[in-house]
Design a protein around this ligand. Structure first.
Ligand SMILES: C[S@@+](CC[C@H](N)C(=O)[O-])C[C@H]1O[C@@H](n2cnc3c(N)ncnc32)[C@H](O)[C@@H]1O
Length: 254
């Protein structure tokens, strides 16, 4: 995800997770005790560039929303009534910025825990004058649980969630039955959830979990063509050139 880490290219270009040993240092015992759910991420130090650092300092107060365990008024957060799309795990935010620029009549509430990614998206917001993104730097599981009202979202984007590809790590995958059961409550009837992954085994799990959720209906028989609004990332282009697959799943809230 983070190009600056300069790791060797993994077998599947977007699937460079879980992070390497040493990147778990910040996950303290207190974190684990207080946040009882299994986390779908580990807090990584990563490398924060000077520009990203500056963006966090100067722009997060303007485009960020602090995590607090109380309901968020989305209309007030964006200062307008417009369709609200939630993105979970935007990484470095390049696709997020493109989608938001291309769709100025939508508002995008974007969640990420990784500070260099938050800094990078803030830089893009500033450089491109993007008005329809707000960022919460916090665990999506807790944001959903504590801040979002039922039926408040028109759509949800989860692009290339960490695949946690080793069997013993599969339990850390974000997309599991209880999480989706909680997430669908937040989506309006007629709204959508769009997941993309480049990890076949995860794609199969996502298809199963979403298909089993009674409040969701697949828009196609199984995997969907990539919707036009989702730009190809450079990792994805490279992967496709190498013959790797990418699976999009688009389900509607019924
Ligand atoms: C493999 S990266 C993909 C990033 C981006 N969507 C892309 O396509 O390049 C997955 C991202 O999800 C973030 N993430 C994982 N679990 C999360 C959670 N529970 N809440 C917020 N972000 C999370 C990670 O920090 C990571 O940056």
């Amino acid at each position: 995800m983070n190009e600056s880490t300069k790791r060797p290219l993994p077998e599947s270009p977007l699937s460079n997770f879980p992070p390497q040993a040493g990147e778990r240092a910040n996950e303290s015992l207190r974190d684990v005790q207080v946040n009882r759910h299994i986390r779908s991420f580990v807090r990584r130090q990563g490398r924060l560039s000077v520009a990203q650092h500056r963006a966090v300092d100067t722009l997060l107060p303007r485009f960020g929303i602090a995590y607090v365990a109380q309901p968020l008024d989305l209309t007030a957060a964006f200062a307008r009534t417009a369709p609200k799309i939630l993105e979970i795990g935007f990484g470095m935010g390049d696709s997020t910025a493109t989608i938001a620029l291309d769709n100025p009549t939508n508002d995008y509430l974007c969640l990420e825990v990784h500070t260099p990614g938050v800094g990078n998206l803030l830089k893009l917001i500033d450089a491109q004058g993007i008005a329809n993104i707000r960022i919460i730097q916090h665990d999506a599981v807790e944001v959903l649980r504590d801040m979002l009202a039922d039926g408040s979202l028109d759509g949800v984007h989860i692009f290339f969630p960490d695949p946690w590809h080793k069997a013993r790590h599969n339990k850390r995958r974000l997309i599991q039955t209880p999480f989706i059961a909680a997430l669908v409550q937040k989506i309006k009837v007629g709204g959508y959830i769009h997941v993309a992954t480049d990890w076949q085994n995860y794609a199969e799990q996502v298809l199963q979990v979403l298909s089993d959720e009674p409040l969701l209906q697949n828009t196609v028989a199984d995997y969907a063509p990539r919707p036009d609004y989702r730009p190809l990332t450079k990792f994805e282009k490279r992967g496709l050139n190498l013959g790797h697959g990418v699976w999009d799943l688009v389900f509607t809230r019924v």
